[in-house]
Design a protein around this ligand. Structure first.
Ligand code: NAD
Length: 428
């Protein structure tokens, strides 16, 4: 019998979970494992707002893949896949090279959904990768510096106004983090923080619809306390290089729009002919297998895994991606060596939104957390993930994280100084 090759495409939460489970269970089986990824590192997508705002270094939220997987056990291929050839069971890379597979797991994540809003794709920045986060931060610093040298008052205002589009989890975390770090950046550029504005614009009347109303209200209150001007129930209709236009006719001069208005699946699957559902997510059965081929599993944000209890697709969260990665791993082992098959049943274990160092809200099952307990929970979730990537060795390699958790747990008082923009001072 020829050696079987299992390829995992994507080193996100789902892909790595699947790969590590396969490496453990197929240790002496002779099956070849290959991990294909665009970058040589894993990035903590759920924490990109921190380097974007400037409160954490990029190194803090990435781990080189060589530290996670044993190169003796797993072949790492750094490449971007252009197309999956389902019929001939191979990946075709952008540089024209090809890689054949016997079993394939696709966890290539999501991309921003622009809803066809004029100018959004051209002018807005997004929080999809470490490089995007770095770009956002450099852009913010550039705008602050430029505001000191531009000629007109309108230009100055546009340089000092930062708009976050969408107030889901990503949007409020970005707005909260930015409001906390801007006073420090203002000191660096000798700017009065009162001259800087942060807007968070949400199309529908409520923010953070995945959270219960009382928690969402606490978030709104904290954002406003920090000086963020929250506009709800008004969609952004147009974005240009110098302003945004809202549906109610308001025009906000700005050169910085950070778009967090929603996501859709990476279009690799649709392009490769996989059957897809809403927002381009690939259809899968409960075992995460694609109807396009018995040899392909799709997991994470790019999969449409329907919850049999509700009939609705599971949310594109890190937690669901991890669970789906485990289900796919079990089913590949079952394909190769026999044994029972697994099914994915989404469980809402909870979520935490952190708005900078000073405040967080969240829920775990029926329990709601506000303030320090939620901040500690958020840090523990991240550490648990690091632990699952390499146990105590990995935690020790990321010691600053552990120290940070201890600091958050022991801290007495919120350490931030609010950003008070003109509109807040007048009570708007
Ligand atoms: P989202 O879809 O949850 O929120 C986007 C928001 O943008 C919505 O409230 C929407 O009404 C708003 N919006 C859309 N069009 C708009 C417009 N024209 N103007 C203004 N607002 C507009 O998107 P998200 O926050 O990026 O989250 C995507 C998914 O990722 C969610 O399922 C979320 O739970 C998940 N997520 C998970 C984590 C984690 O696992 N820790 C972190 C962040 C996000």
């Amino acid at each position: 019998m020829t050696q079987q090759r299992v390829v995992v495409l994507g080193a996100g939460y789902g892909g790595l979970t699947c790969l590590l489970a396969l490496a453990k269970r197929l240790k002496h089986s002779g099956v070849e494992l290959v991990l294909v990824n665009k970058h040589e590192y894993h990035q903590f997508i759920t924490e990109l707002h921190k380097p974007a705002a400037g409160s954490a270094d990029c190194e803090y939220i990435r781990i080189p893949l060589g530290q996670i997987v044993s190169r003796r056990r797993v072949r790492l291929v750094k490449a971007t896949v252009d197309r999956i050839d389902i019929e001939n069971r191979k990946l075709i890379f952008e540089d024209g090279n090809e890689l054949a597979y016997d079993k394939l797991v696709v966890g290539v994540g999501s991309v921003p959904e622009y809803f066809g809003i004029p100018g959004m794709q051209e002018h807005a920045l997004t929080l999809r990768s470490l490089n995007c986060a770095r770009t956002i931060h450099e852009h913010i610093e550039y705008q602050l510096a430029s505001s000191k040298v531009v000629k007109t008052e309108q230009e100055r205002q546009a340089c000092r106004t930062f708009v976050i589009g969408g107030a889901g989890l990503t949007g409020v975390e970005m707005a909260g983090e930015l409001a906390e770090t801007l006073p420090r950046l203002c000191r660096r550029y000798d700017i009065d923080p009162a001259d800087v504005q942060v807007y968070n614009v949400e199309a529908v009347p409520e923010i953070m619809r995945d959270f219960e109303t009382d928690l969402a209200r606490r978030v709104a209150r904290d954002l406003e306390r920090k000086g963020v001007q929250l506009i709800t129930g008004v969609p952004i209709m147009e974005v240009t290089a110098d302003f945004i236009a809202l549906k109610d006719g308001r025009v906000i001069p700005t050169r910085t729009v950070i778009w967090s208005g929603g996501v859709r699946a990476n279009d690799l699957l649709e392009r490769s002919g996989f059957p897809v559902g809403a927002r381009g997510r690939a259809k899968v059965d409960q075992g995460m297998r694609s109807p396009a081929s018995p040899d392909v599993y799709v997991i994470g944000d790019c999969a449409e895994a329907v919850d049999p209890k509700t009939g609705k697709p599971a949310a594109p969260t890190a937690h669901n991606a991890i669970d789906q990665g485990l289900v796919a791993a079990r089913n590949i082992i079952s394909d190769l060596t026999g044994g029972p098959r697994a099914a994915f049943h989404p469980v809402d274990l909870g979520a935490v939104a952190s708005l900078g160092e000073s405040f967080a809200v969240g829920y775990v099952g029926r329990f709601k957390l506000v303030g320090r307990p939620a901040s500690v929970m958020k840090e523990m979730i991240e550490l648990k993930w690091i632990w699952s990537l390499g146990g105590i060795r990995m935690v020790l390699l990321r010691l600053p994280r552990l120290f940070h958790l201890i600091k958050v747990a022991l801290r007495r008082k919120a350490p931030y100084r609010p950003l008070i923009g003109p509109a807040c001072r007048s009570g708007a």
